[in-house]
Every structure is written in C-alpha cells, then in structure tokens.
Design a protein around this ligand. Structure first.
Ligand code: UDP
Length: 236
C-alpha cells in the first residue's frame, strides 16, 4: 500500500492515517548506528521488529500501560494514535552496558546497586545528549510533572519486561522508550524491539540485539529471530 509520507526517520516512516487522529507507521529494513554513520539494509528487519514490538505492546497494554498503538495493518505496518512526541528519550538500565560502561568506566555486564533512568534530548544534530530534570524543564522540553510520569511509567515497564523476558531465558540489560502527548495523557510511543533494547541470553550472555550490528558481530537478524521465536513459543 502507498501511504503519504509525512516524516522519514532512520528506521521508520510516519505516514498520513485514514483520519486526522491517526498516523500509519511503517517499520523499515534499514539499520543504523553511530547516529546514522553506519547504515545497512537488513532484509526482513522491519517485519521482525514489528512482530516483536507488537507482542510486547499487547503484553504491556494488557497490564495497563497506555500506548499509541491502535491496530496492526500488515506485517510491517501499524496504525497509531497521533501524539506529539516528547523530545526526551528515556533510557532504563538494569545492568551496565554501552555508553554507560564507556562513560563511567564500569565493566559491561556489571551488576548495578539500583536501576538507572536517564533522560536524553532527542537531537541527532547534538548527538542525543543526556539532560537532567532541571535542564529539561528550563528549556521547556517537558514539565516536571511529565518527567515524573515518564520515570514512573518507565520503571513499571521495566518491571513488566524483566518478568516477561526472564520466562524466555533472556536478560533485559537496558532499553530506550519514547513517549508522546495525546488527549491530555502521556502515551508510550514508537517501538520496543532488539533495535532499542539490549537482550542477552540468560545462560550464555550471547547478545540478541542491535549490538550485533553496531559491533559487526554478524548474524544480526538471527538474534532478532531467536527473540521472536521464544516469544511466540511462550504465547502458544
Ligand atoms: N538506544 C536506542 N536509541 C538511541 C540510544 C540508545 O534505542 O538513540 C537504546 C540502546 O539500544 C540500548 C539503550 O538504549 O538498549 C542504551 O543505549 P546506550 O546509551 O548504551 O547507547 P549506545 O551504546 O547504544 O550508544
């Protein structure tokens, strides 16, 4: 189907919906890393991420998380409620990895004394810099009340996802969330997939996520497909 593209992101197209209250969101096969410096087409990534994200959203919504998802249109396309995306990304960390390990000199895989919630300014130009609450409210990206909601919802989602992945023999190391404003509420938006989460096999600590692409480890989509097949097996 041809949709009128409003915005093309690195891994998704946002298109006009059937009415002025919705958008059509298409998951692309493009993989990017390093703020777009590394870019490749991975055939089938869009479908895998749409399916994984769809099952995660179903589970979160059943557990009371409000999201922008309205319905699935086809295997790589969904209908979502129009929301004003907050320019603040929320990162939750259960285990040290990635930029946290690098920046603070903590070994990857090290246990943390508490979970970490980070806010980052969603700006490719500036390289998504981390911001604290007073910086965010000072420049008007969100109100303190909204930040309190983001933190609370992100930790609820973390609790739910840790339990979900644990059953599949997967450790949820960290992940990134996006939220939007619609009808006076804050909704979970965008995808939750191996593009936006670090997922390690519980027994072997093998990476099943986008680090396979970032670090040129190969077998990227095999990792994603393994995550999906465990999710589907648990569902049945
Ligand atoms: N993440 C993301 N988009 C971003 C930045 C981070 O989806 O623009 C995810 C990433 O996949 C990981 C978590 O957020 O699961 C923490 O990422 P980190 O800050 O360690 O950054 P990275 O090492 O990916 O640069």
């Amino acid at each position: 189907m041809d949709y009128k593209v409003i915005y093309e992101g690195k891994s998704k197209l946002v298109c006009e919906g059937p009415d002025d209250k919705s958008y059509v969101m298409v998951f692309k096969d493009t993989a990017t890393a390093g703020n777009g410096a590394k870019k490749e087409e991975l055939n089938g990534k869009g479908v895998l991420n749409r399916r994984i994200s769809g099952l995660i959203y179903d589970y979160l919504m059943k557990n009371g998380i409000e999201t922008h998802l309205l319905e699935t249109i086809d295997d790589n396309t969904v209908l979502v409620k129009k929301a004003e995306i907050l320019q603040v990304e929320v990162i939750v960390r259960n285990v040290a990895a990635g930029s946290f390990s690098k920046k603070y000199g903590v070994e990857e895989g090290a246990a943390l004394h508490n979970r970490v919630v980070e806010f980052c300014y969603k700006s490719d130009e500036l390289g998504d810099p981390m911001m604290n609450d007073s910086q965010i409210t000072a420049v008007g990206l969100a109100t303190q009340e909204e930040l309190d909601t983001l933190r609370r919802e992100a930790l609820r989602i973390d609790d739910l996802l840790i339990a979900y992945f644990e059953k599949l023999g997967i450790r949820l190391i960290d992940f990134k969330l996006e939220f939007g404003r619609a009808d006076g509420k804050i909704l979970l938006c965008d995808e939750i997939s191996p593009d936006s989460c670090r997922l390690w096999d519980s027994k072997t600590n093998a990476k099943m996520d986008k680090d396979r692409f970032r670090r040129e480890m190969g077998q990227v989509l095999e990792g994603y497909a393994d995550v999906l097949s465990r999710m589907e097996a648990e569902k049945n």
